[in-house]
Design a binder for this molecule. Structure first.
Ligand SMILES: Nc1ncnc2c1ncn2[C@@H]1O[C@H](COP(=O)(O)OP(=O)(O)OP(=O)(O)O)[C@@H](O)[C@H]1O
Ligand SMILES: [Mg+2]
Length: 757
């Protein structure tokens, strides 16, 4: 192996390996599947008799340290480490139990012949660029491996169940006189008739009789989705076009003469001369089609060898794994057989080196080989991102960072009880435990309080009984480029509109009066902001009365109930701590009218928070995001004054480091709102839980969901569904085990909530 990633595999043969990732295939729409299949055929057709290639698929165990790295939530000095322990172990269980800790890798190794390293290098480089380009056209993420990465890959394949990290440095070669091989091979390697022993492990190499006809395109992904340690390699040698055409023609001619023989036989026996064996008729058809395709160059003739190596820790486990694989092969109509007395050749050929020492070849054409579609589904694993359960297809963890999207705006949609709240609460927990970000929740049902308490946040229950007051006229002087008074003015305008003219809106005169009064009201405060008390609603009300115009009197009347009447809840100075990282506004106790006002007041608090955090982010070293959860989001979209806020944060929040999430069971209500298009188009993170039939149809159209994907949100279990992360769509299962403290603080099931009391 050379440092560059080129490997000298024979006297004049050199190879290189490209690692590539999965893309959405099994769940894609039929049209998209066809497209991907066609593109995959083009990837294969790029190769010719001078560039043999090998596809290698590796399922191997993760290192314990890798799993820890992914699942462990680092401690912080904030009194929440007990919860961190519980939370990490929830994730770790999923990482290990879901798929036995199996990780999956895909490689393409291609070889060229050359007289020396220099010639090999330039030849390989040219092909590498072309292959990468073809993969890129399919949107398949791919990269060429360096020498160290190729060694590590080989080491990983030969040492599953290991606990050590691969350790190697190029300079060791010159000082020790070792070769690269010495650093990767097993210490012990013994070949028997049908199995191999290496370092206390048991492996066995098998092959499969490949059919010439096209196969189910899910065959390979079915095999690879088995959670066992194995490597599947397919060696492919394209046949020279002239030779291939000749073979195809010969086959066709042979079949033709067989047909004539059969016809003669039939006539002699007194049958109709067209009574031919079905098999012969089929073969003739196939041969004819193949010949035609080859002439058009859309199909190539390929010689393929497939080798599978299973590895386990005991002979019994090995046998079990092999049985699973061979029954999948059976079902697809192939026979899998052990490479008797050829284990050593099997072992060599299984490695992604581009070396094929086996002779169990089979001639296929491009589309038959392409039938081994190596694609299943996208994975969403961004280490350090938030945890969102596991991929329903592969059981791999889902971790994603919403900040890496064009916009981090989110929606969580699902039928009542589908698990929207749970999903949001799990994300909140993750954010609180892993980052320094702040979280604000608008909680009209009062269901977040237990979680807020568990996580040491601040619940602000908006009710006279609770004695918690938030003064809507508190002013934040930290708005950088914006005039704080103007900002406040806008708030008071919305407030007055909501209470005095919700349907018609305010007229120009009224707006003028309000603006004047607001500026006047803050004058005493602005003179001495350090010590003065901010005004309250009553001050504003008094100023309105002083104006003594019909408009101002009318406005004052509308406000009266909020100052001196039964709705005077918002006419108090703030007496709660708003500096907590996690603040939840519970406005369940408020009546309908005050709820609307409360939403407006909250909006103001949200802007306050993001602007403070933006200042911190701009001046300090930490970036502090503000996550805002808006449960029962459809309520906000009902009133024009609050709906306007939703649109505004969906458009502008991102630039302030804000991450908003709307949560609602009413997809129809959401989409009926005038603002819906804006909000849906500007949400790059969408979580769909179980959906009612009508909503499913609407969403399928709006979000272009395939039928197979739709099945994941039709009668879905609680906490199961689809995540849209930008263009990536992943079916997920995000279960919070019910025996945890976190679950107890998150559940909304009546009997469980009361158990907590
Ligand atoms: N991810 C999950 N893991 C475990 N249990 C869940 C999960 N999601 C939902 N559940 C169960 O379903 C119940 C209802 O979930 P949740 O409160 O999140 O529903 P919701 O979608 O917010 O409903 P609503 O629209 O009525 O507010 C939970 O109390 C819990 O028992
Ligand atoms: Mg809910």
């Amino acid at each position: 192996m050379l440092k560059s990633g080129m490997c000298n595999t024979g006297e004049r043969t050199y190879s290189r390996t490209i690692a590539f990732s999965d893309i959405q295939y099994q769940l894609a729409k039929e049209d998209d599947k066809k497209k991907i299949f066609g593109e995959w055929c083009s990837v294969i057709n790029y190769f010719n008799q001078d560039i043999p290639f090998e596809l290698t698929f590796v399922n191997t165990t993760s290192l314990a340290s890798d799993i820890d790295g992914l699942t462990c939530v680092p401690y912080k000095d904030d009194g929440r480490n007990d919860i961190r322990d519980e939370y990490s172990s929830i994730i770790k269980d999923k990482a290990v139990l879901g798929n036995n800790g199996i990780r999956r890798y895909k490689y393409l190794t291609f070889s060229v012949d050359a007289d020396d390293e220099g010639a090999a290098k330039s030849r390989l480089a040219a092909h590498e660029a072309a292959i990468l380009k073809n993969l890129k056209e399919m949107d398949v993420p791919a990269r060429t491996l360096t020498g160290t990465q190729r060694l590590e890959t080989l080491y990983t394949i030969m040492h599953p169940f290991r606990t050590k990290i691969f350790n190697f440095q190029w300079k060791w070669l010159s000082t020790t006189g070792h070769t690269t091989k010495d650093y990767i091979v097993p210490k012990e390697l013994k070949f028997y008739d049908t199995y191999i022993r290496h370092d206390g492990l048991y492996s066995s190499c098998s092959s499969i009789f490949l059919p010439a006809a096209e196969l189910e395109d899910s065959f390979l992904s079915d095999i690879l989705s088995v959670n066992c340690c194995m490597t599947v390699s397919i060696h492919v040698l394209p046949v020279d076009r002239k030779k291939a055409l000749k073979i195809a023609k010969d086959t066709y001619t042979d079949l033709q003469s067989m047909k004539i023989d059969e016809q003669k036989k039939a006539v002699r026996a007194g049958y109709d001369m067209d009574t031919l064996p079905d098999e012969l008729v089929d073969s003739l058809d196939e041969a004819k089609q193949q010949l035609a395709a080859m002439k058009k160059n859309s199909e190539k003739m390929l010689i393929a060898t497939i080798v599978i190596m299973n590895t386990a820790q005991s002979p019994e486990a090995l046998k079990k794994d092999i049985n699973i694989i061979s029954s999948i092969a059976d079902k697809a109509g192939f026979e899998m057989y052990p490479l008797r007395y050829r284990q050593e050749e099997g072992f060599q050929s299984m490695l992604p080196l581009g070396v094929n020492n086996l002779t169990c070849d089979r001639t296929l054409d491009t589309s038959s080989l392409a039938g081994f579609v190596p694609f299943t589904t996208n994975e969403l694993i961004m280490p350090g991102g938030q945890y969102y359960g596991v991929n329903a297809l592969t059981k791999n963890l889902i971790m994603a960072n919403r900040n890496k999207l064009h916009n981090p705006n989110g929606l969580i949609l699902g039928t009542p009880g589908a698990g929207k709240g749970m999903f949001a609460k799990a994300e909140i927990t993750d954010v609180l435990l892993k980052t320094d970000d702040d979280i604000i929740v608008s909680d009209p049902e009062g269901e977040y309080s237990p979680l807020v308490e568990l996580l040491g946040g601040q619940v602000i229950t908006l009710s006279t009984k609770s004695g918690c007051y938030v003064n809507p006229l508190d002013i934040n002087l930290n708005y950088d480029d914006e005039d704080p008074i103007a900002f406040k003015c806008e708030f008071v305008l919305s407030f007055c509109e909501l209470v005095a003219a919700p349907k018609t809106g305010l007229d120009a005169l009224e707006i003028g009066i309000i603006d004047r009064c607001v500026r006047k009201m803050y004058e005493p405060f602005m003179e001495n902001p350090e010590n003065a008390q901010p005004p309250i609603l009553e001050d504003f009300y008094n100023l309105l009365n002083e104006q003594d115009t019909p408009e101002s009197i009318r406005l004052a009347r509308a406000l009266e109930i909020y100052v001196h009447g039964s709705l005077n809840y918002f006419n108090h100075h703030t007496n709660v701590e708003l500096n907590n990282r996690f603040v939840s506004y519970n406005f369940k106790p408020l009546g309908k009218q005050l709820k609307k006002v409360a939403m407006l007041v909250m909006q103001d608090q949200v802007w306050n928070k993001v602007s403070i955090n933006r200042n911190i982010s701009e001046t300090g070293e930490v970036v502090k995001h503000t996550w805002f959860y808006d449960d029962e989001f459809h309520l906000r979209l009902k009133e024009p004054q609050t709906a306007a806020f939703a649109v505004e944060i969906w458009k502008r929040f991102r630039k302030w480091g804000g991450i908003p999430t709307g949560i609602t069971q009413n997809v129809k209500d959401l989409l009926r709102a005038n603002e819906a298009e804006d909000i849906l188009d500007n949400s790059k993170f969408i979580v769909l839980l179980d959906q009612a039939e009508g909503d499913r149809t609407i969403l399928a159209e709006k979000l272009k969901i395939s039928d197979t994907q739709l099945s994941y949100i039709d009668n879905a279990a609680q906490g199961h569904g689809l995540i849209f992360y930008g263009r990536v769509v992943v079916p997920f299962e995000h279960e919070i085990p019910s025996d945890t403290n976190l679950y107890a603080a998150m559940t909304t099931k009546l009997e469980e909530v009361h158990k907590n009391d």
